[in-house]
Design a protein around this ligand. Sequence first.
Ligand code: FAD
Ligand code: NAD
Length: 477
Amino acid sequence: MPPVYSQTQLLIIGGGPGGYVAALRAAQLGIQTTLIEGAQLGGTCLNIGCIPSKALIHAADAYAQAAEQAQGRSVLGIRSGEITLDLATTLAWKAGIVSKLTTGVAALLKKHGVQLIQAWAEIVDGKTVEIRTAASDQAPQRIQCAHLLLAAGSQELALPSLPFGAGQGRVVSSTEALSFAEVPRELVVVGAGYIGLELGTAWRKLGAQVTVVEAQDCILPAYDAELVRPVAQSLARLGIKTLLSHRVEGLNADGTALSVRDPQGQLVELSADKILVAVGRRPRIEGWGLERLMLDMAGRAVKVDAHCRTSMKDVWAIGDLVGEPLLAHRAMAQGEMVAELIAGKKRRFEPVSIPAVCFTDPEIVLAGHTPASAQALAAAQGFKLLQAQFPFAANGRALSLESPEGFVRVLARADNHLILGWQAVGAAVSELAAAFGLSLEMGARLEDVAHTIHAHPTLGEAVQEACLRALGQALHV
Ligand code: FAD
Ligand code: NAD
């Protein structure tokens, strides 16, 4: 049967944070837009990523706090009776948040006049996409477009020795680990990165025995040791076992345990009723005809320039598909920019910083240069670096939140005091990402932040004090 053709100006493949934000902005700018989503609107982030994971972490924190009170360990003097966990209700509450957000996205798309097609898209060429339908008696539908935006996201990485589903469903990805029907008795997590530590900590707080196996010699290997130390201490305090420099060999003979090799080469068996493999994600480049475009690639990612243009005219790519950093806010910012470029505006994707937050206990936030990258820049450009940090142990708000551990660190040029980067570790520091990002994008100097009146008592005062300290004027340390 010959295909049936229709036309649109902008065709977007993938309704995750990159794709749906691009669609909304394009429609606002008067561009005729069609969005194709094969699974659920909202993509990884809203359905099986950022949102459900943070909801689970919140529920786990609430449960752990109640357990502390019930066991008479609350320093606040709050005591309560026996506690129970109705996990089905917890998961239903989490699903409710996801559903509110995804139906909200659908409503926004409708309001803006975006045509939404719920189907899998197959690329035919740089101007044509075919919609896959299950019905064999229907003519294939093809959509032709002036601009094609690729926003197909990423997929979890599997370990060849530990495929998902092995051990009669023992080996799982983050998707299953967001919705275990019951709290695993023994959970082994492979990978001490974002997902492994966020979800490992949540399930520990909900009652599982948790062991984290990491190939490198530290947790969160991308971050500096001082920043990560409070998290490592908290893992130990929570009773999470961390096995560093261990190599995964696979399941044991009867499939009930994970075999790992310790740094001395000894084989160790870790019994587990669930094994979460969280060793990274990779761009989704297979199975939807992307190879037909023969685009330039950067490893497994689609290569783009500072406008998110691919190597083919009027074919754009954004989000996880274009590689690191795999963060929702980066995907959204790129989506918005591409829509504006197509509408004829002048834009470039050159942010001073893309903040990153790790929702561990305590949280970690980074924006701009790290100590290592700032040192490299200083050496290359021949300037001296100022680095200062302010401990939360000297911040009244942190103490009143029972969270004295952690600090805020600022990096700046010694010659003109331009702020180059921020890092913080501590309870609720994710919310400092806004102040960090803004100061970097506005080109703030240490004095700008140091002389801004910060409300008392807030964690933000540690941001101000870090700058005062860099200027040799700290008041509270
Ligand atoms: P995705 O969100 O992956 O969306 C791509 C969409 O394209 C999917 O819905 C997919 O179904 C669709 N698609 C693919 N191929 C086709 C096709 N051929 N036809 C039709 N549709 C197609 N990031 C953060 O910034 N903060 C966090 O706290 C955070 N937490 C996370 C927790 C977990 C457990 C995970 C797994 C990820 C987390 N991330 C977080 C990462 C974040 O989810 C991603 O960076 C983000 O979703 C990327 O957006 P995207 O639009 O590029 O792709
Ligand atoms: P990750 O890159 O953060 O961590 C993977 C970890 O697995 C690393 O520590 C790595 O050394 C380790 N590892 C790799 N191979 C291993 C092996 N064979 N055995 C043992 N350890 C091994 O990846 P992730 O945790 O899977 O998360 C994927 C992506 O999702 C992240 O890069 C991040 O961009 C995004 N994410 C972000 C957030 C957030 O923003 N809060 C939360 C979750 C996920």
